[in-house]
Design a protein around this ligand. Structure first.
Ligand code: DSN
Length: 436
């Protein structure tokens, strides 16, 4: 059957088909990427894309909110239950906007914020110098210890006492170890700061209880919804009751107009999926796969930042391999292994051409790969490193990748069982013949 998109816009249809083929014919190791379920994809592509809903349930600036109010309340309730939080705002368009809203809720222009430096694993919006967060606020950056690659809580405490920040930010985008949110909470309390934890990367691990939840130790928790949490691209804020009003005002009307209701609806679905034993098993497997991948890389003589991983990601310092991160990530891409080049804490190179590579296991885990496949992937990465200037060897690795990925088809029809609504499980041919 020909789809509407194929009929109306064959060029875009064809490009989406190519992207779908790329996603299924490659091993995707970017730690912030994943595959969403069929249910999340359907909600994301639903008629909710047609609706404007500025405001919050019960107090909108447009009519016709009979259904959207119910959806948003459901998403809020699910988020609060899952993360055991007093309040949830499910409207942020992204993690960056969520962080901005947290800053607006807790601080004012010129106040000091303190976060992890970007080359050491922090996010741009944690006060890095090229981010506008460092222009609007005074920014103090802490680092990881050069000898261990781990957070240095003594340094964080000293800096906090010295600079008396308004907000201390915990959380990272490229830190492979568990973060002690309780210590952050205690340091913040001691210096009279607010504690914002950014769990964009590890939200799924927190839900599964693999990493300790920051919720009891934080004023506000920000997250994205699409990384380990495996929802659509979006952001979310969880907070203590005392910050609820300020958080809501900061998101709307402070920073955003109408929420993207189709995304918010898909977030609601993802939150229900995350509240299942299947999700917990998947999250546990993410970490098992990352540990197996890290162990094998160590055997091949790779230097890993902090010597390994406690979560879903691995940061490789390539200096001993004498291959620049960008050159390697491009060679890996030609071999159908998709990664991103990254700074590492001891990297003297510019972020645009660093000596590190960041990899992670959420997407391969969703595809059903286990430890032995993670080990096989380590061997494929090693082959590319050893043959980085040899195109025919890279092509051979690409063939192995195709073979491996063909054993784990993209789970485009995967359905998380819903214990409240067992019904008849859908199969692909009972579903609308959408493109995805
Ligand atoms: N760009 C995201 C990541 O890949 O980690 C963070 O915003």
């Amino acid at each position: 059957m020909i789809t509407a998109l194929e009929q109306y816009d064959p060029q875009i249809y064809e490009l989406i088909r190519q992207e779908k083929a790329r996603q299924s014919g490659s091993i995707r190791l970017i730690p912030s990427e994943n595959y969403v379920s069929r249910a999340v994809m359907e909600a994301s592509g639903s008629c909710l894309t047609n609706k404007y809903s500025e405001g919050y349930p019960g107090r909108r600036y447009y009519e016709g909110q009979q259904v959207t109010d119910l959806i948003e309340k459901m998403a809020q309730q699910r988020a609060k239950k899952l993360f055991k939080a007093d309040h949830a705002n499910v409207q942020p368009y992204s993690g960056s906007v969520a962080n901005w809203a947290a800053y607006l809720a807790l601080a004012k222009q010129g106040d000091t914020i303190m976060g992890l430096s970007l080359p050491h694993g922090g996010h741009l919006t944690h006060g890095w110098k090229v981010s506008v967060t460092s222009k609007i606020f005074k920014s103090v950056q802490y680092t990881v210890r050069p000898d261990t690659g781990r957070l240095d809580y003594n340094q964080i405490e000293e800096l906090a006492k010295k600079h008396k920040p308004k907000i201390i930010i915990s959380g990272a985008t490229a830190y492979p170890r568990e973060i002690d949110f309780e210590i952050f909470g205690r340091i913040a309390k001691d210096v009279g700061a607010y504690h914002l934890s950014d769990i964009a990367h590890i939200a799924g691990l927190v839900v599964a209880g693999i990493h300790k939840s920051p919720v009891p130790y934080s004023d506000i928790v920000s997250t994205t919804t699409h990384k380990t949490l495996r929802g659509p691209r979006g952001g979310m804020l969880l907070c203590k009751a005392e910050h609820a009003e300020n958080v809501d005002k900061a998101v709307f009307p402070g920073l955003q107009g109408g929420p993207h209701m189709h995304t918010l609806t898909a977030v609601a679905v993802a939150l229900a999926e995350a509240d299942t034993p299947e999700f917990i098993a998947y999250a546990k497997q993410i970490v098992k796969n990352a540990k197996a991948l890290a162990e094998k890389l160590l055997e091949y003589g790779f230097n890993l930042s902090s010597g390994g991983t406690d979560n879903h990601l691995i940061l490789i310092d390539l200096r001993n391999k004498k291959v620049p991160g960008k050159k390697l990530s491009k060679a890996l891409d030609r071999a159908r292994i998709v990664t991103n080049y990254n700074t590492t804490p001891l990297d003297p190179a510019h972020p645009a051409n660093p000596t590190g590579l960041r990899i992670g296991t959420p997407a391969i885990t969703t595809r059903g790969m286990k430890e032995e496949h993670a080990e096989q992937i380590a061997s494929l990465i090693n082959k590319v490193v050893e043959n980085v200037n040899n195109e025919s060897a890279i092509e051979e690795v690409g063939k192995e990748v195709l073979l491996l990925s063909s054993q784990f088809p993209v789970p485009e029809h995967f359905i998380i069982p819903n214990k409240n609504n067992p019904g008849t499980p859908h199969t692909s041919d009972t579903l609308t013949p959408w493109l995805f």
